[in-house]
Design a protein around this ligand. Structure first.
Ligand code: SF4
Length: 339
């Protein structure tokens, strides 16, 4: 079964064999509330309910097959209708603010060297409905979610249309009603996607996984840099900022002995100059089989000290999902398509 989420009224009428637009609006309202069975859609006629229950035992095309909980993060493994498995995470800031971290693809083609998802390769893009269903599953955990980040599996900007359709659906006033300003798309620096995003009237926030501001190091760690080196990326970010007037987050995954030197800090300062950015430092969480190490507390502090001295604005994020492999670059294990 294909997802019923992120559908227009016309599509819902067509798929469900409904005759009137108001029936589609009723169904949409129940879907947004997370209603799992047509039997509960009591505003539909009994005949419609029975017919639809017969066709669709569940209103969701995907199902949760595993759940793991850490101190402030819950990770769900979700099986899609073709047997592929993705992961998504609900993060909590400890003050009743919940953020959904959603996947946009099964696997990822970008192959960043420090990322577990990158080891999978790209299996397929997710549909808009499959992206929205992750949000529904995460809200099904019982807390209202106010923020969304596209930082799960995949490069969201290379699955552009579906991601934007999902974002519009999650924003709809008669739907989940999440403000665009509370949504963040993370990209590894996929320049054509950043350009397309800047041309839309969808004022979501942008986070760029920078990792290094030295072309040689970045090209080694992130293949995307061979196609779109730092100078090209920076020009695109300036263009984006000119159009959208929004502070950009530079995600900086700290890899011990790789990108934490004084020289790295100076390169980062140079890259950030002329942009309105904040650097988000994320000490790498170790992933089995990948040849990197988490920086020590001392190494992290020294790098922070260098950034302060250079006047680079930064935040330090100690990963919330690390203990459950739900942190940046860790969503991939056991998630290959079955069969
Ligand atoms: S860091 Fe992001 S873009 Fe790079 S391989 Fe991982 S999921 Fe893909």
């Amino acid at each position: 079964m294909k997802s019923l989420y992120a559908r227009s009224n016309d599509e819902l009428m067509d798929i469900l064999g409904l005759e009137k637009p108001f029936q589609a609006r009723i169904v949409h309202g129940f879907l947004v509330k997370g209603t799992r069975s047509f039997s509960e859609m009591t505003s539909l006629s009994k005949a419609d309910r029975e017919r639809l229950m017969e066709l669709y035992p569940s209103t969701l095309s995907s199902k949760v097959i595993a759940k793991s909980e850490g101190e402030s993060a819950v990770k769900l493994a979700i099986e899609l209708d073709d047997g592929a498995v993705i992961e998504c995470v609900r993060l909590s800031d400890g003050k009743e603010r919940y953020t959904a971290c959603l996947s946009s693809q099964v696997g990822c083609a970008m192959g960043c060297a420090f990322c577990k998802t990158g080891t999978m390769g790209l299996v397929r893009n997710l549909s808009a409905g499959e992206i929205v269903e992750q949000f529904v599953h995460l809200e099904g955990l019982g807390k209202k979610i106010s923020h969304i980040v596209f930082m799960g599996m995949g490069e969201a900007l290379s699955n552009f249309t579906a991601t934007m359709d999902a974002i519009r659906e999650l924003h709809r006033e008669d739907g989940f009603n999440i403000s665009y300003r509370r949504m963040t798309i993370s990209t590894c620096g996929f320049v054509p996607g950043i350009r397309r995003l800047s041309e839309l009237d969808i004022p979501v926030r942008l986070a760029v996984s920078l990792v290094s501001a030295d072309d040689e190091t970045r090209s080694r760690l992130m293949r995307i840099n061979r196609s779109f080196p730092l100078s090209v990326l920076k020009t695109e970010l300036q263009h984006f900022q000119h159009r959208q007037d929004k502070r950009i987050t530079l995600e900086y995954c700290m890899l011990s002995g790789v990108n934490t030197s004084e020289k790295s800090a100076e390169e980062l300062r140079r890259f950030a100059a002329g942009l309105d950015t904040v650097v988000n430092l994320i000490p790498w969480n170790s992933v089995d089989g990948l040849p990197f190490e988490t920086p020590s507390r001392r190494e992290i502090e020294a790098f922070c000290h260098d950034l302060r001295r250079l006047g680079v604005s930064y935040t330090l994020r100690m990963e919330k999902g690390g203990s459950i492999s739900g942190a940046c670059g860790q969503l991939a294990s056991n998630t290959r398509k079955r069969g």
